[in-house]
Design a protein around this ligand. Structure first.
Ligand code: ADP
Ligand code: 5GP
Length: 210
């Protein structure tokens, strides 16, 4: 009743930090939040499905989406293009539903410009060694790609001060709990409380006074 618009939560962080894992668990546990599916020009990894993990499109289609203003934000990340479809996100938020974006830092900062009320969460691994171990263990990227992604980590960490929260993904359950706590706290913010709407419903109090 008191929320005017859904919460827009943005998760970023180095590749392999565990953003995808956290998002998947979060949407299982929090049925009220939906994860946006991005478009990308990257090739699908083994097991990835079109429409579920990403909408896999070519560069020409990506360009058309930019020109048609169909993307809320977009960026080139680790050599491929990624973007957030506008319509789906805007409709959810307007309907008062919460939305989760798992996007890179350039995209997150574009979202912050357009939706200053969004919440930016930066997920980091407990150490860079652990990050490397996770990327190798995940087994989805070749050594060159892993190297390229690890080379970006230092630059990515420089952007941390622009985020609202940091979650260290050491124990997965703790990290998920922390993100859930952020959602709870953000929902309790006074600025999200619609006093006028509350007073309208409470209008019946006149009967107590007469
Ligand atoms: P990202 O989406 O940030 O690139 P992933 O969610 O794909 O990262 O996670 C990278 C790898 O690390 C995956 O193999 C995943 O199972 C593993 N992983 C995620 N979180 C943890 C954790 N807390 N402890 C150990 N391994 C983890
Ligand atoms: P991956 O190739 O590992 O799936 O993703 C690589 C990077 O692209 C990650 O940092 C991920 O958060 C980011 N990414 C995924 N979707 C989007 C998107 O729609 N927009 C932007 N800006 N980044 C995205």
């Amino acid at each position: 009743m008191m929320d005017r618009e859904g919460l827009l939560l943005v998760l970023s962080g180095p590749s392999g930090a565990g953003k995808g894992t956290i998002c998947q668990q979060l949407i299982k546990k929090e049925s009220s939040i939906s994860l946006s599916v991005s478009v990308t020009t990257r090739s699908p990894r083994l097991g990835e499905e079109h429409g579920k993990n990403y909408f896999f499109i070519n560069e020409e289609q990506f360009k058309q989406m930019i020109e048609g203003d169909q993307l809320l934000e977009w960026a080139q990340v680790y050599g491929n293009f990624y973007g957030t479809p506008r319509d789906w996100v805007e409709k959810k938020l307007q309907a008062g539903e919460d939305v989760l974006l798992e996007i890179d830092i350039q995209g997150a900062l574009q979202i912050k410009e357009k939706f200053p009320q969004c919440i930016l969460v930066f997920v980091i691994p407990p150490s860079i060694n652990e990050l490397q171990a996770r990327l190798i263990k995940r087994g989805t990227d070749c050594n060159d790609v892993i190297k390229k992604r690890l080379q970006c980590v230092e630059g990515e960490l420089q952007k941390v001060p622009q985020y609202d929260y940091i979650v260290v993904n050491d124990c997965l359950d703790t990290a998920i709990d922390q993100v859930r706590s952020i959602i709870v706290a953000e929902k309790c913010r006074s600025k999200r409380f619609d006093i006028q709407k509350y007073l309208q419903v409470e209008g019946q109090h006149e009967s107590y006074l007469t």
